[in-house]
Design a protein around this ligand. Structure first.
Ligand SMILES: Nc1ncnc2c1ncn2[C@@H]1O[C@H](COP(=O)(O)OP(=O)(O)OP(=O)(O)O)[C@@H](O)[C@H]1O
Ligand SMILES: [Mg+2]
Length: 255
């Protein structure tokens, strides 16, 4: 039976969809059967980030309205055989109830290990619909105060749901700024959000360019933490320490 995990944030653009897809890739490479469900109706783009937009024939609304079965709507990733995408619908005016989406995912859950639900930004209807489908939540934040404030608000709302687990991922972490003390440390992030840290993902050129699987190391650790419940963190600062590290920091300081 799949663990149904909503990937949420509050603030937009912090990397929810990028993390959902890349975490899905990492889990699938460990042999886990994974569905990434795009629950961002209207501004859906998980299919694009996964690189399967041309393979989508049916979406969630087709399943809800009986035009196909749940399994028929899944797009199997051509490069990662255990990874499937359940595409969203791009018409924002359509009303989709939380119960309808929940039923679709519950129908698929027995044959999969993970369903990662990509949530829209904000805490309105779309957020509640995505959250209502899940048993666990991962809150994505960047190490910036506006994102943290929104993440904190989202965590407060999530606590009113009966979630089995709530954790957070710090995304776009910059090792150079951590070393120079200009970025909030992992400890500071944990003390602000007061839920367990699942892992960190560095600010990476490959992720910025949406090159799937190029930041495999960070997501491998993340997938392992999710499965084992342990907490390992990739070292994002080592290349910015010492003399060569100082030179790298100098060249990155203008970015
Ligand atoms: N670790 C990272 N390093 C560099 N760029 C990143 C990283 N994570 C995400 N990005 C980039 O940030 C942008 C926003 O990412 P993404 O669309 O995944 O965010 P989102 O939270 O899903 O946004 P929305 O709230 O609009 O759904 C994208 O251009 C993505 O490539
Ligand atoms: Mg998104």
């Amino acid at each position: 039976m799949a663990r149904k995990i909503v990937i949420t944030s509050g603030k937009g653009g912090v990397g929810k969809t990028t993390l959902a897809v890349n975490l899905g890739v990492a889990l699938s490479k460990r042999g886990e059967r994974v569905i990434v469900c795009d629950a961002d109706f209207g501004l859906n783009n998980a299919d694009v980030i996964a690189g399967v937009e041309n393979l989508v024939n049916y979406d969630i609304v087709d399943v809800i309205e009986g035009r196909c079965r749940g399994a028929q709507a899944l797009v199997r990733h051509p490069a990662y055989g255990n990874l499937y995408l359940l595409a969203s619908h791009s018409a924002p005016e359509r009303y989709i109830s939380p119960q309808a989406l929940k039923l679709v995912l519950e129908g698929l859950a027995p044959k999969y290990d993970f369903i990662l639900v990509d949530c829209p930004a904000g805490i309105d209807e779309g957020f509640h619909r995505a959250v209502a489908c899940a048993d666990e939540a991962i809150v994505v934040t960047t190490p910036h105060l506006p994102a943290l404030r929104d993440a904190d608000k989202v965590i407060t709302v999530l606590k009113s749901y009966e979630m089995q687990k709530i954790s957070f991922i710090a995304n776009m972490v910059r090792g150079d700024l951590l070393v120079s003390g200009q970025s909030l440390s992992v400890k500071e992030l944990e003390s602000i959000l007061k839920v367990p840290l699942l892992g960190i993902v560095p600010d990476a050129y490959d992720l910025y360019l949406n090159r799937l699987d190029e930041s495999a190391k960070a997501f491998k650790v993340l997938a392992s933490n999710l499965i084992t419940g342990k907490r390992k963190l990739p070292d994002v600062t080592s290349r910015y320490k010492g003399l060569t590290g100082a030179i790298r920091r100098y060249f990155k300081s203008g970015l």
